[in-house]
Design a protein around this ligand. Structure first.
Ligand code: SF4
Ligand SMILES: [Zn+2]
Ligand SMILES: [Zn+2]
Length: 325
């Protein structure tokens, strides 16, 4: 079931005396399953504290897909909320893109998790907001000259709907389950495609509080940013949390560069175990340096929806008009 390389061996836990341990090659730490889950939870909490990601009065909206990352995030935010003064309310926001035999199942799993943990949730669908499911869009565009990969349409629509849904729920913060591996991958993609202005704009360690953020975008946080993907996989399984384990069928169908970059990172870990942490820190350092060269002055606002954009019409509205016919 797992695509992940997990190193379990006999040895001595770095924190207690137990003998079956998970080996972390990036810092030579050996932890028994119990100490490992405690360490993951401490890491999430300390990331939130270190970077001031949440204020005690914040209403938090959590983007929930039902997969391992968003379930880990929601479970921990709920735990932190119960134990401390963080956040007055947590609501899960589920986006239904309309991918049969996948999203319907992950949503059923997400709803089950919310019920088990007494968390309110809201579902927003592509069908209801943009008039078509992702599958409708792919069928419509598949043979046309301007066809783009499913993930391109999906990412643009989902990002906007998550933002708008979180605003409608009157959230202060949108928490998303991007992990260390996702961030390392995004950074490399931005380098490969020379998206330096994007690197300059997105300091992953800071909660963005620019004028545009307050007016159009809800503040987004990534409390799992220091945890590699395989450790989240291990965490949900040791904790026995309800999550949906399968991948979206489109992630394998389209020959997107992102998958090649991910494979590159996974292979690099064999010889450079801390490669993802290096990329995370590199992202941060470069973002500071590039800020001086890329002044973030938005001159344009979409003529259609009013959101900030670089062109006359934003990508969301542009895709919407393309799929209308
Ligand atoms: S893999 Fe692509 S199509 Fe599937 S949910 Fe993710 S972005 Fe959407
Ligand atoms: Zn231990
Ligand atoms: Zn627009």
């Amino acid at each position: 079931m797992s695509d992940f390389k997990i190193f379990i061996k006999t040895g001595k836990c770095s924190s207690c005396s137990k003998s079956l341990v998970i080996q972390r090659k990036y810092n030579n730490e050996d932890l028994c399953p119990e100490c490992f889950t405690i360490d993951i939870e401490n890491k999430i909490y300390s990331t939130i504290k270190e970077y001031n990601l949440i204020n005690p009065s914040d209403k938090i909206i959590v983007g929930l897909s039902g997969g391992k990352d968003s379930i880990t995030l929601l479970y921990n935010l709920k735990k932190i909320q119960e134990k401390s003064q963080y956040s007055n309310e947590i609501i899960a926001l589920i986006i239904d893109e309309g991918i049969s035999n996948y999203r319907n199942k992950s949503i059923a799993s997400a709803k089950k998790f919310c019920k088990e943990n007494e968390i309110d949730y809201k579902i927003i669908s592509f069908k209801e907001r943009i008039g078509k499911t992702l599958e409708d869009i792919i069928i419509q565009k598949k043979n046309s000259n301007d066809y783009e990969y499913a993930c391109n349409y999906c990412a643009i629509f989902r990002r906007r709907l998550l933002n708008d849904g979180a605003k409608e729920l009157k959230g202060d913060i949108l928490a998303v389950g991007h992990n260390l591996t996702d961030i390392a991958e995004t950074f490399l993609m931005n380098i490969l495609f020379k998206r330096f202005s994007l690197i300059a704009q997105k300091n992953i360690f800071e909660v963005n509080s620019s004028k545009d953020t307050n007016t159009y975008y809800i503040k987004k946080i990534k409390p799992l940013m220091k945890i590699p993907e395989e450790e989240i996989f291990l965490y949900v399984n040791i904790k026995n949390l309800t999550y949906y384990p399968s991948h979206c069928p489109y992630s394998k169908q389209d020959p997107i560069m992102r998958r090649k970059v991910l494979n590159f990172i996974q292979n690099s870990k064999n010889s450079i175990p801390d490669v993802e942490l290096n990329l995370l820190n590199g992202y941060n350092a470069l973002s500071h340096l590039l800020k001086k060269y890329y002044k973030i002055e938005r001159k344009n606002y979409c003529q259609n929806c009013g959101y900030p954009c670089n062109k006359i019409i934003c990508q969301y509205c542009s895709y919407k008009s393309v799929i209308k016919s």
